[in-house]
Design a protein around this ligand. Structure first.
Ligand code: ADE
Length: 420
């Protein structure tokens, strides 16, 4: 790549700046961290490569890392999640090398990751572990220069733990997703709202009265089920984990195998982290007109190659909706090319939850710098004091105050003699 960025259109920069500033209004915790970073410069001179969804929220995180002194480049963490105006803003107004174009091919996506690795990062910041995976597979000569990394999402943390278990991970990574201030809010409320936003923007169908099948009942799927129910859908949950399935039953949802749900669903949303959750035998059982969407990190949860094989024609009927006309005459509709629908067809999680996720990212990067020499080649949780501090700051920013234990209550919790 000749120039030090690859984006759609630099002239979108001013539009992106307004959207970035709008997002910042809902990100007070990150703002506070930014102000401290500007004074203390904890990341001074460090080369960082970030592989994140290029959104208005991410742009604000990038601004904070720069304020902390980091020399950052940014590449997309999904071919379809980039907001082109934001990419332009970072290049034009922050002089940041950005490699991200909405709708880029898989080939360009990996070329962009390689360009970000050419920056020779000392710290990696990943969402889905494609950057760290590519670094370990194709650019091993860079590994000795890396002091550590951070990982944003459930899927990425699972991949990194698999690497560590195989003895392949070559530096410490902080699992931002493990922080309570991340997954309890971002995964649940963020994915819940933005996924329904994506399905609605892609289709504009009425959710009320529809049978909506949610694949999985982890934190993300819980949020999707909750918001779909709030919009009036009859929600069906599918699971492989008995504990999660039981929880879904007690939360008031119908739970059944996907093979049964396939016959009933009007809308299907997968968010499991695994492959072929919707497979050929499910497509064969589906009602004419069923809508399929995925909100898991990778586009593997819906078996799109099988769907393509079953189709005699595929046509784009709306901006983020493809119609698959099957040989038996039925029509199935796929939203956002089976990529995470909340970022492909909408704008991703709202800024107020990304505030906490990205506060964790910024503080985890600072933690790596201060502690890398004490850490092994493993996946670490965000320290509890950082997590709690983010919760405290978020409450304060929301104007919510809480009680403090009296000394009598504190003493009661420390004793074991008194009962009823
Ligand atoms: N992941 C989900 N939503 C996001 C957003 N708005 N920005 C960055 N990453 C995200």
């Amino acid at each position: 790549m000749s120039k030090n960025y690859d984006i759609r259109d630099l002239s979108l920069a001013d539009k992106g700046r307004f959207r970035m500033q709008w997002a910042a209004r809902e990100m007070p915790v990150l703002e506070l961290i930014g102000q401290r970073f500007e004074k203390e410069r904890p990341l001074k001179g460090l080369r960082m490569s970030a592989c994140l969804h290029v959104t208005s929220e991410t742009a604000n995180l990038m601004r904070v890392l720069q304020a902390g002194g980091a020399d950052v480049v940014l590449t997309a963490s999904n071919p379809l999640s980039t907001q082109d105006d934001i990419a332009a803003t970072l290049v034009a107004h922050y002089e940041m090398p950005v490699y991200a174009i909405k709708g880029e091919s898989n080939e360009t996506y990996y070329a962009h990751i390689k360009a970000a690795l050419d920056h020779r990062p000392q710290i990696t910041m990943d969402d889905g572990a494609d950057l760290v995976g590519t670094l370990h597979k194709d650019r091993r000569e860079l590994l000795p220069g890396v002091i550590g990394g951070t990982e944003e999402t459930t899927t990425g943390v699972i991949r990194l733990r698999a690497m560590a278990a195989d003895g392949e991970l070559m530096f410490p990574v902080i699992a931002v997703n493990d922080a309570l201030t991340k997954h309890l809010f971002d995964n649940r409320y963020g994915t819940g709202q933005s996924t329904m936003d994506g399905v609605i923007r892609a289709t504009n169908v009425l959710i009320a009265g529809k049978n909506l099948v949610v694949g999985g009942y982890g934190w993300c799927s819980r949020g999707i089920a909750m918001r779909a129910k709030g919009l009036g859908a009859n929600v069906i949950v599918t699971e492989i984990d008995p504990m999660k399935a039981l929880e879904a039953v007690m939360d008031g949802y119908r739970v059944m195998p996907m093979a049964e749900a396939a016959r009933l669903g009007d809308i299907f949303i997968t968010s499991t982290g695994d492959i072929n959750v919707l497979d050929q035998h499910h497509f064969e059982a589906m009602k004419n007109g069923a809508i399929l969407a995925n909100s898991g990190h990778f586009n593997v949860e819906i078996n799109i190659p099988a769907l393509e094989k079953m189709a005699i024609e595929v046509r784009r009927v709306r901006e983020f909706l493809d119609e698959y006309i099957l040989a038996d005459g039925r029509h199935l509709f796929l939203a956002g090319e089976g990529r995470l629908v909340n970022l492909a067809a909408a704008e991703g999680h709202p800024s107020a939850v990304m505030d906490m996720s990205f506060a964790n990212q910024a503080l985890a990067a600072e933690y790596v710098v201060k502690n890398y020499d004490k850490l092994g080649h493993a996946v670490y949780s965000v320290p509890e004091d950082i997590d709690n501090e983010i919760a405290r700051l978020k409450l304060a920013a929301m104007g919510v105050s809480i009680d403090v234990l009296t000394s009598e209550q504190d003493a009661y919790l420390r004793q074991w003699r008194s009962g009823t």
